[in-house]
Design a protein around this ligand. Sequence first.
Ligand SMILES: C[S@@+](CC[C@H](N)C(=O)[O-])C[C@H]1O[C@@H](n2cnc3c(N)ncnc32)[C@H](O)[C@@H]1O
Length: 197
Amino acid sequence: MNLGIYETMTLLLILIVLSVLISIVIVSWRNGISPMPTSKRVSRVVVSEVKRLAGLGLIVEAGSGWGTLGIQVARSCKGIRLVGIENSPIPLWVSKAMAWLAFGVHPKPRSVRSASSGVAVTFRKGNIYSYSYARADLVICYLYPGAMQRLGPIFREQLAPGASVISVCFALPGWQPAKVITCGDLYRTRVYVYKKE
Ligand SMILES: C[S@@+](CC[C@H](N)C(=O)[O-])C[C@H]1O[C@@H](n2cnc3c(N)ncnc32)[C@H](O)[C@@H]1O
């Protein structure tokens, strides 16, 4: 069978789209959650809570997906450094590209920084259960109940006293929230804010 250039390109495109979809589905199935981004309304609430927390240096986003929330936080909060941890390759590549478009390239490898604001954003391949949170002043996450169950003891052991956790949708079992905000979106999404004792 002889394929013309048009058919070959179409076939190639279909194969690429299928591979991308399969990669996302397989990793989502393994993770127990898809890379669904936080909605705009809920992101705005997260940003305003981040702004309320004083003295933030390092923010870690556990499961940074496509990078939309992390970039919005970094854009709105001057002087912070945000590291997004993600293990799904396609969303991770997209987040790196978006950070590059949003902030430009910084000479330091794997780090993207806005010269004017001093903001640094880095999206890294990693596992949220084995990443070290010891230096984080704030962890942001939008995961699922099983992940929160696993992360609770990890945060208790690793986070420094005074460090905060902001969780979209899901509470940290056994932790007392300092604040719970109900967002004005269709789902009345809750945002939980915790302070490590
Ligand atoms: C619901 S999405 C949230 C994305 C982003 N934080 C946001 O709010 O827009 C959850 C993300 O966590 C990632 N994730 C889940 N388990 C993970 C793990 N063990 N290690 C790294 N990333 C993980 C998923 O791949 C997914 O992209």
